[in-house]
Design a protein around this ligand. Structure first.
Ligand SMILES: Cc1cc2nc3c(=O)[nH]c(=O)nc-3n(C[C@H](O)[C@H](O)[C@H](O)COP(=O)(O)O)c2cc1C
Length: 347
């Protein structure tokens, strides 16, 4: 039994504030959306029946009804746990993968999240801890506990240096994170997925990760949720100026994904950061990712202004994503969500 530290209690409170901020416009990147610059090639002769389009795919040895993951957001507080339970139930119905937010607080507070596995027996569940926490003393024990508690199919390790720099109580020592990831890859009973939280993972960083054995990367690029903006909102007015130039810092997915796909042939790439609809999802697949991911769009669909949980809206949002993806596949003449080797020069 672990005892929550003062820092854990502050983290728990911060998590609920983050949810509110993530739902507000204050969290939105103000950069032009990079996917708006992409026009998928219309095929006026699709030569197939719309009903022949099959969006199913395999991910982490399970079948998804379309290539999509709700990326990790929350957990460890009453509100966070309630949200995750609703996500799990609907994700299992809709057959999409589900990530949880950092499990550090729930483990420190002995709030098991295992109920999520019971509610979602058929889909990949993705555990989550921070890269900095993994590199600290007992980091590997934390990682093992996170996998065990969730019966996770894969453990996501998040890299969020921008957020930690702006957060007053953030961790600023990023030494030893890659070595810690390498160890985790070797000893954990499941694969490791490395993700950003909205500033993107460049090709050189992805190559370092591949070299230590990581085979799943969620690039989580800029243009959607901006953690710099969220953390800046929590600061007193007079402390914000210094971070102003960094509010929309980060890689755009259109700049990194095609080259990354070409270089990292045996890495499963998850494309995310600002996903707005199923056409964005189709564009991410076109750019080279294996599956797409989204966070804030689904948070907004799930929780109403009055904070009540609207599972029916979440269900509808996921079905809409799938239908829009299906339309994009049909209109580009594809029966499956695989665009491999089509765009010469891009892959
Ligand atoms: C409220 C909220 C909490 C989040 N907490 C975590 C977290 O604990 N761990 C993590 O890896 N990512 C976390 N994220 C980041 C998301 O997984 C995602 O990478 C990021 O929000 C970019 O996707 P989006 O633009 O679709 O929101 C969080 C996102 C939101 C909106």
């Amino acid at each position: 039994m672990t005892t929550p530290t003062q820092k854990d209690l502050i983290s728990a409170n911060r998590k609920d504030i983050h949810i509110d901020l993530a739902k507000s416009d204050a969290s939105r990147s103000l950069r032009p959306h990079p996917l708006d610059l992409i026009t998928l090639p219309h095929n006026a002769l699709p030569e197939m029946d719309f009903n022949e389009v099959d969006t199913t795919c395999r991910f982490l040895n399970r079948t998804l009804s379309f290539p999509f993951m709700i990326t990790g957001m929350t957990g460890g507080t009453m509100r966070g746990d309630t949200l995750n339970l609703a996500f799990a139930e609907v994700a299992n119905q809709c057959k999409v993968a589900l990530g949880v937010g950092s499990q550090r607080v729930s483990i420190a507070r002995n709030r098991s999240q295992n109920e999520l596995r019971r509610l979602a027996p058929d889909i990949p569940l993705i555990g989550n801890i921070g890269g900095v926490q993994l590199a600290q003393e007992n980091g590997l024990d934390l990682a093992k506990a996170a996998v065990d508690d969730l019966e996770a199919d894969v453990l996501a390790i998040h890299l969020n240096p921008l957020q930690e720099i702006i957060q007053p109580e953030g961790d600023r020592n990023w030494r030893g994170v890659l070595t810690a990831i390498e160890k985790a890859v070797r000893v954990l009973p499941c694969p490791v997925l490395v993700k950003e939280v909205g500033a993107g993972i460049s090709l050189p960083v992805a190559q370092k990760l591949q070299n230590v054995g990581v085979r799943h990367i969620d690039v989580a690029c800029a243009a959607g949720t901006s953690w710099a903006r969220i953390e800046a909102e929590r600061l007193p007015e007079e402390a914000r100026d210094i971070y102003e130039p960094f509010l929309d810092w980060g890689h755009l997915i259109t700049d990194i994904l095609p080259e990354m796909r070409q270089s990292l042939k045996d890495v499963t790439l998850i494309g995310s950061g600002g996903l707005r609809d199923g056409l964005d999802l189709a564009k991410l697949l076109w750019l080279g990712c294996d599956i797409g991911g989204g966070a804030s769009i689904l948070l907004k669909a799930l929780e109403s202004e009055a904070l009540s949980i609207q599972q029916v809206d979440l269900h509808k949002s996921l079905e809409t994503l799938k239908e829009q993806l299906t339309i994009a596949l049909f209109l580009t003449g594809h029966k499956t969500p695989v665009f491999r080797d089509e765009v010469s020069g891009i892959r």
